[in-house]
Each structure stands twice: as C-alpha cells, then as structure tokens.
Unconditional design. Structure first.
Length: 202
C-alpha cells in the first residue's frame, strides 16, 4: 500500500485507541507553494472548507487537521498526538517553543495570520484556533514560518501554538565541515608519517 494512503489509515487507528475518535480528522496535501484546503465536518455550519497558505511549505508532507477540541492543549499532550499523526515517537521530539497568549517572543497573530520569527529551531508545529487544530511537519528544521488564512479569518481566532524539534535531526553544515576537516587532517597525518619514518631510517 502506498505510504500516502497508509498514513491516514494509521492516524485513524491511533486516534481511535487514544479516545479522540469523536473528532473528525483529515490529512490534506500541501502543494509546493504552501497552499492547502481542509474541511470542517462537525461544526455548526458544516461542511465548510478553509483555505490556508504556509511558508515555507511542508511539501511533500501533508498537514493533519482536527475539527473538534480532540485533546488537552498541554505541550506534552500535543507532542504525543503530533508524533502519532506523523508516525514517529514522542520520545524523539523535544519541545522547542510555545505560546498561549499572543503576542509572545518571536510570535504574533492577527485574525488571518500567524507569524513566527527567529524562534527556536523546530520541524513539527501545532496550531490551535477555535475548536480546530492543524499539525505540520518539515523535512528539516526551520526558525520562521507564516501561516495565512486565505479569504477568511481563522475560525474563532488563533489560540496557541506548540513547536517541536526532532532529536534525530541531520548534522548541521558547520559540524559537517568540521568533521570533514578532522578527517582530512587524520588522512594527511597518515600520509606524512611514513615518509618521515623513511627519512629517519636512511
């Protein structure tokens, strides 16, 4: 079964066993420009679709949407749920930053936009608005993001966000260069030493 089709089924099973099956959930593809659409199927005026844009895009990773207050909003609870949504372990995620009352350091919100600027690096993000929740996952850590509600406001306004960083993130460029330099020096030492030994023997 293709991964793209298997992931929504896995999410549904996990949520059912977690006791949150009463909330309608969906995965929505995010395109290369960061656009995606989700549909509320349990609210008072359902069904209603919401269009969003997220920069930088999470493509090819989809967003996961909940249209009810499916779980408590503590960072620990959200970490467990976002890990389940993206088929990873909560033990592999560290809380990066949170905000319960905007504005916060590096975070501001309007009726149509959430902006995070130079916050702690993260690759998972949860955004709560009204009785709705959006999850995002990037392939590599970022420090800034803009989530925009297109043609309408966030239903009931933005409430909070929680971000998380994978504990198995790729080696940074600077560290890779450093390790590469160490390897080069070690190789050079191995090449030089035999020559020196040869001259001493002569």
């Amino acid at each position: 079964m293709p991964i793209a089709l298997f992931r929504p089924l896995l999410l549904a099973w996990v949520l059912a066993f977690a006791g949150v099956a009463q909330a309608a959930t969906m995965t929505a593809p995010v395109d290369a420009a960061g656009n995606f659409v989700v549909t509320d199927t349990t609210g008072p005026h359902t069904p209603v679709s919401y269009s969003f844009n997220i920069i930088p895009t999470t493509y090819p990773n989809p967003t996961v949407y909940f249209d009810l207050n499916a779980f408590a909003q503590s960072p620990a609870v959200i970490k467990t749920q976002i890990a389940a949504a993206y088929s990873t372990s909560a033990s592999l995620l560290a809380t990066a930053s949170t905000c319960d009352h905007f504005p916060c350091a590096g975070a501001k919100a309007t009726s149509t936009k959430l902006t995070l600027t130079n916050v702690s690096p993260f690759d998972y993000l949860a955004v709560h608005f009204g009785a709705n929740e959006l999850f995002f996952h990037w392939a590599t850590p970022i420090t800034s993001v803009v989530l925009t509600a297109i043609c309408d406001d966030f239903p009931a306004g933005l409430s909070n966000y929680r971000s998380y960083l994978s504990l198995t993130t790729p080696v940074t460029g600077a560290l890779a260069l450093f390790l590469g330099a160490l390897g080069f020096l070690g190789l050079r030492r191995k090449v030089v030493q035999p020559r020196s030994a040869g001259r001493m023997a002569a």
